[in-house]
Design a protein around this ligand. Structure first.
Ligand code: SF4
Ligand code: SF4
Length: 172
């Protein structure tokens, strides 16, 4: 049985990217200030990256040169089985000795995520970390939660559209 698409604009990919840009406007000043000294970094394995996230980025012509010609999908396939694990965490910026303790996400390069800024993996973008809850004002958190709910709806519509077009399966 076909599922009825939930609210989404005529182009769910464009809408996902617009919402991600809006979310990044809030995330970026926060991550610049707090990530370099974070004691519980999130861009470490197991990550929330999925092959679908990679397909969306690659589909727009994006490449991951730091993987040195390796399979851009391989790390996401490895992560896929872990992405719903309770221990999964998401944006990383450890330097020094701690970096050897935690294994960084393969898509992290020179302390930056190598996905397009407006096409980060859905699971990474939808994750509000503990330090955000500790440091961001309640009003900002409410705004983020609202944007993430919209992103969730639009992302689901995008996956359904891709599935209906026969481009990829949808897990439900
Ligand atoms: S958990 Fe939060 S503060 Fe820590 S590295 Fe990730 S985004 Fe930055
Ligand atoms: S894909 Fe990007 S945001 Fe997600 S865990 Fe890896 S480096 Fe962090």
């Amino acid at each position: 049985m076909r599922h009825k698409a939930r609210r989404a604009g005529p182009n769910p990919l464009s809408e996902c990217r617009r919402l991600q840009r809006e979310i990044r406007l809030v995330f970026d000043p926060f991550t610049a200030k707090h990530c370099p000294t974070c004691l519980t970094p999130c861009c470490v394995k197991p990550t929330r990256v999925t092959p679908v996230d990679v397909a969306l980025a690659v589909g727009t012509g994006h490449t991951f040169p730091h993987l040195n010609g390796g399979d851009a999908y391989a790390p996401s396939v490895e992560y896929a089985g872990n992405r719903l694990a309770p221990s999964a965490r998401s944006l990383p910026m450890l330097k020094g000795e701690e970096a050897h303790v935690l294994e960084p996400c393969e898509y992290l390069h020179e302390y930056r995520c190598t996905f397009p800024d407006d096409l980060r993996p859905y699971g990474c973008t939808a994750y509000l970390c503990g330090p955000m809850y500790s440091h961001l004002p309640e009003e900002t958190l409410r705004r983020l939660r609202r944007l993430i709910r919209q992103l969730d709806d639009t992302h689901t519509s995008l996956l359904r559209a891709l599935r209906d077009a026969g481009k990829m399966p949808l897990e439900e």
